[in-house]
Design a protein around this ligand. Structure first.
Ligand SMILES: NC(=O)c1ccc[n+]([C@@H]2O[C@H](COP(=O)([O-])OP(=O)(O)OC[C@H]3O[C@@H](n4cnc5c(N)ncnc54)[C@H](OP(=O)(O)O)[C@@H]3O)[C@@H](O)[C@H]2O)c1
Length: 316
């Protein structure tokens, strides 16, 4: 048996539940690639899974303790071996992709099916830049597509400086929208650079009181709800949230055409690559950590203050 290093967690909780251990190196099935992982991202999604919070997450990953003990969804790295039936990838290919709810990215090696969410890494991006694109951009693309965003619409992105927010600003712009980014003043320059036409400091201005209306209000962080924003929606306006609470689901029952909510998917990875290759999507990296610093990376994510994405370099 060959061994590798990986972060294991045996119970839900804070960053301290993650411990670096030696475990068995995975062997690719006939349809899988064995990837030597160069970098992974540490996202708010990972942090929620680590905590087992909100509770429904536990229906997927174990009620009392995690069933899958190696966390992490997104990888970039080099294909080290391919299964006997793999045709699209070869040893040595530089790839990036999502393991989704199979997890396993906090490790030196991971297996991914060739028909899964995996693609050749765009040449102009480093491993760290590529992996930092996935979480926010797949989420923002999923929710903005579901909102049927149209060219020329007025789109407001709440928390435009978070991992999802920085991608949402760029993707809304890519679709020809006029974009307003809501963030704190210290992030104005970044959010404008990503394409926002207007910026609003949430600490000094409540946009729901400024008399303006928007066709899409995308709350990427969960500080808004439908009742609060409905007067700021245009006639055809939609409130989009990737942090729906019970009140949002209740409001949805009576306002199906005006509310977009649910769970993201990784289906947009190919489109993200095209946007990245066209130079229309850049990754924003808040901070980088080396493999021994996983707990620090999770503490940074838990702070709620990161700007864009946290990257974990597994091989330096
Ligand atoms: N439904 C789904 O499938 C799905 C998928 C992905 C993510 N999510 C959820 O989406 C949420 C956001 O994820 P994320 O990774 O983008 O978050 P994040 O990166 O942690 O967001 C942090 C950013 O939000 C800003 N911020 C904090 N409070 C704010 C406020 N009241 N108004 C405006 N900006 C504020 C912070 O800026 P300052 O420090 O300057 O305040 C910081 O830059 C998470 O809860 C995640 O679980 C859901």
């Amino acid at each position: 048996m060959e061994a590798m290093r990986a972060y294991i967690y045996e119970q839900y909780g804070g960053p301290e539940v993650l411990t670096l251990q030696e475990i068995e190196k995975p062997i690719p099935k006939e349809n899988e690639l064995l990837v030597s992982v160069a970098a992974t991202s540490v996202s708010t999604g990972d942090a929620r899974i680590r905590q087992g919070n909100p509770f429904p997450i536990r229906f997927i990953n174990g009620l009392l303790k995690p069933k899958k003990k190696v966390l992490g969804m997104h990888i970039s790295g080099i294909v080290e071996e391919v299964g006997s039936k793999v045709t699209k990838f070869h040893k040595g290919d530089k790839i990036y992709g999502s393991l989704g709810m199979n997890f396993g990215a906090y490790a030196e090696y991971a297996c991914i099916p060739e028909d899964g969410h995996v693609s050749l890494k765009p040449e102009q991006y480093s491993f760290r830049e590529a992996v930092a694109l996935i979480f926010g951009a797949t989420t923002a693309l999923h929710f903005l597509a579901k909102s049927h965003i149209q060219t020329g619409e007025n789109v407001l992105v709440n928390a435009a400086s978070g991992a999802v927010g920085v991608a949402a600003v760029q993707i809304a712009k890519y679709h020809g929208a006029t974009v307003t980014g809501v963030c704190s003043q210290r992030n104005f320059e970044l959010v404008r650079k990503l394409g926002a036409d207007h910026v609003i400091d949430y600490k000094s201005e409540d946009f729901t009181q400024n008399g303006k209306t928007y066709d899409v209000i995308y709350d990427t962080i969960g500080t808004l709800h439908f009742a609060r924003v409905k007067h700021s929606l245009s006639k055809k306006g939609r409130f989009v949230t990737n942090n729906a609470q019970i009140r949002d689901y209740l409001a949805y029952v009576f306002n199906r055409t005006k509310i977009v909510l649910g769970v993201s998917s990784d289906d947009g990875l190919d489109k993200i690559i095209r946007m990245a290759e066209e130079g229309k999507l850049v990754s924003v990296i808040d901070s980088e950590y080396s493999f021994g610093q996983m707990r620090l990376a999770h503490e940074r994510v838990d702070s709620g203050r990161k700007v864009g994405n946290v990257v974990m370099n597994i091989r330096n």
